[in-house]
Design a protein around this ligand. Structure first.
Ligand code: NAI
Ligand code: COI
Ligand code: MG
Length: 353
């Protein structure tokens, strides 16, 4: 049966990297007989322009009905002062689909070690995953208020929300190196104190997993000082948002890192961890790898289409090893020429698969 994929291109570089990712998917699917159909919906700023809403009802309905959702990126200066912001649509789709677990891998590919801002001996071998709580915490808490003389944001966590994200992280650790780091600010925040209590209880169900605790400020330091220390980091929404951009940067570029957001059931949403990069939109400098890597993650986790994903992974590795990369990684390729090179690798008969 054909897989249905909801496609949300979004804003600024969003449509550019989505077009690149879908071209790579098309080539790999043809080479490996992966059968799929795409349904494209307006989302974010593009949807505000078209319908007045960042998440139109038809887009949500299409996303709910799909087997998986691909999102590029939304937002940008065009809507910064609008009554409705694109970012509200992003938070709304995550909440509406119950996508509470955001999985953000941080892996340094050998070809990219020299592109990292860190020294090779520190960054080599880095391979960890940030499991970020995505549908609660300060991005959703009430009360929230913006007045001329004060502003309020509220960080709220229910015990059940903490427990389910911790369990998702521990289960992931069991498939990896059995090491969890719970990142919080338990020396100050009540929500973090509750995280630690629940983490200690949950840990007893996973006796093979080693657990350690880090305050978020110290964890931010350790990510650049000793990134190989980490296997699975579990943390709340805001801390995960910040740490995952930092972690992405040590791999060479924010422009390569994908993510999966999953719920208890229903389709997962796959997206780059970065935003719409308005500063480079239209210049051909956008790195398509974050979108291509998101598509690979979708193929593996939602469709078990490992042969199709492997075909893309191999083509990307050969392309990078040949020094073909976009300016964020120090290269001179454009979004289009990089994508073309990857597609050539996928379709070439000589490639070693
Ligand atoms: N999931 C989403 O759709 C997200 C949306 N945003 C929104 O995106 C807009 C821009 O936010 P920024 O703070 O500028 O963050 P950003 O992540 O869009 O860009 C940060 C820096 O990384 C670079 N960059 C990002 N992706 C890249 C790629 N694929 N290739 C090469 N370079 C890349 C950009 O050029 C920029 O210098 C804002 O409206 C923000 O709210 C931000 C984060 C996530
Ligand atoms: C609107 C923001 C929460 C988006 C973001 O920065 C992210 O998902 O990483
Ligand atoms: Mg972010």
């Amino acid at each position: 049966m054909s897989a249905t994929i909801a496609v949300l291109p979004g804003d600024y570089i969003g449509p550019e990297i989505m077009q690149a990712g879908l071209a790579v998917l098309k080539a790999a699917a043809a080479a490996t007989n992966f059968d799929y159909q795409l349904k494209t919906y307006p989302f974010g700023g593009a949807a505000i322009d078209a319908t007045g809403e960042p998440l139109p009802a038809a887009t949500l309905k299409g996303a709910q009905a799909a087997d998986a959702i691909l999102l590029a990126a939304i937002g940008g200066p065009k809507w910064d002062n609008a009554t409705q912001r694109p970012e509200a649509g992003l938070l709304a789709i995550r909440k509406a689909l119950g996508l509470f677990a955001n999985i953000r891998p941080t892996q340094v590919l050998p070809a990219l070690v020299p592109r990292s801002p860190l020294k090779a001996d520190i960054v080599s071998g880095t391979d960890f995953v940030i499991v970020r709580e995505l549908t609660s915490g300060i991005y959703f808490g009430e009360p929230r208020e913006l007045a001329a003389d004060h502003a309020i944001d509220t960080m709220v966590y229910q015990a059940s929300e903490i427990e389910r994200i911790l369990r998702a992280g521990f289960e992931l650790a069991q498939t990896r190196r059995n090491h969890v780091t719970v990142v919080d600010k338990a020396n100050v925040l009540a929500t973090s104190k509750l995280w630690r209590q629940i983490a200690a209880q949950v840990a007893t169900d996973y006796p093979t997993v080693t657990v350690d605790y880090e305050y978020v400020d110290a964890a931010a330091m350790k990510i650049v000082q000793q990134p190989t220390h980490f296997d699975v980091i579990i943390t709340e929404n805001l801390f995960g948002d910040i740490l995952s951009d930092e972690a992405a940067t040590i791999t060479g570029s924010l422009g390569t890192i994908p993510s999966e957001s999953r719920g208890i059931s229903g389709p997962s949403l796959y997206e780059p961890i970065h935003g719409s990069a308005p500063d480079i939109a239209g210049t051909g400098k956008a790195d398509p790898l974050s979108m291509i890597n998101s598509i690979m993650l979708m193929l593996r986790n939602s469709f078990q289409a490992n042969a199709t994903a492997d075909r893309i992974a191999q083509a990307v590795a050969v392309t990078l090893a040949a020094g073909i990369m976009t300016p964020d990684l120090g290269g001179t390729a454009t979004t289009k020429s990089m994508t073309k090179a990857i597609i050539e690798q996928i379709t070439t008969k000589e490639a070693m698969y």
